[in-house]
Design a binder for this molecule. Structure first.
Ligand code: PGA
Length: 254
């Protein structure tokens, strides 16, 4: 039985004080509401420790938004998986479309990042998704297939079982244009078919697949009630306590 996950991707937002306020508000509200969904927050690197300090309260887990593809050493500006692990970070977003687009992260680099995460007991939240021209050209599944295969299918069954996938159509990210529940459900089912072909039905059935892209308190219930959608990766709406908690509650209701 897969448990729902709601992960908040704060991206490059908030001052230190705003981050502290948001974490405190989240703690208070999560403590009150106690959603059954697993809640993960992914603040920018300099704020991670603000969040990991509260991990023992068990209200949320903490993820990073990126990791280095290298292990350690002379890589100025990079943050390694082992550093994150040593701060009690549990998850790491890998392959977000903004990293693919603005930082030229390609399949080869993403494979290395996934390997780094797994080698240091971090759970990768591996993002895939097509652009609008790709969808309009009927290439959405081909693109997602390539991303899933290149990023993850080198893993053995045990390794693969530790990965969470996030389907995030690029055209839905930060645009207010959410995928319809049917479009999301269809792509999630397709990803599970790919996993069943590469591994087996049981692995496919057990893989956590989140939806991301303009998910908010208005559309979360519809999305999360679809077969095969195991929760959400939430950007803009994760910066507002009421919105985020409402999404967490809607994930917990199913
Ligand atoms: P959004 O971002 O919810 O603001 O569309 C989602 C994401 O990029 O993970």
């Amino acid at each position: 039985m897969r448990r729902k996950i709601v992960a908040g991707n704060w991206k490059m937002n908030l001052s230190f004080t705003d981050a502290e306020d948001l974490i405190n508000d989240l703690l208070d509200t999560l403590d009150e509401e106690k959603p059954t969904a697993e809640v993960i927050i992914c603040p920018p690197y300099p704020y991670l420790e603000l969040a990991t300090d509260y991990m023992e309260e068990n209200l949320f887990k903490v993820g990073a938004q990126n990791i280095s593809s290298f292990g350690a050493g002379a890589y100025t500006g990079e943050v390694s998986a082992s550093m994150l692990k040593s701060m009690d970070v549990t998850h790491c977003i890998i392959g977000h479309s903004e990293r693919r687009k603005y930082f030229n992260e390609d399949d080869k680099m993403l494979t290395a990042k996934v390997n780094q995460a797994l080698a240091h007991q971090l759970t990768p939240i591996f993002c895939v998704g097509e652009s609008l021209p790709e969808r309009e050209a009927g290439k959405d599944k081909e693109v997602v297939r390539r991303q899933v295969r290149h990023g993850l299918f080198h893993l053995d069954t045990v390794e693969f079982a530790r990965v969470v996938i996030a389907y995030e159509p690029v055209w839905a990210i930060g645009t207010g244009m959410t995928a319809t529940p049917e479009q999301a459900k269809d792509m999630h089912a397709y990803i599970r078919t790919l996993i069943a072909e590469r591994y087996d039905e049981k692995v496919a059935e057990e893989t956590m697949i989140l939806y991301g892209g303009s998910c908010n308190s208005e559309n979360a219930a519809d999305l999360f009630s679809q077969e095969g959608i195991d929760g959400g990766l939430i950007g803009g709406a994760s910066l507002k306590v009421d919105e985020f908690i409402s999404i967490c509650k809607q994930a917990s209701a199913k």
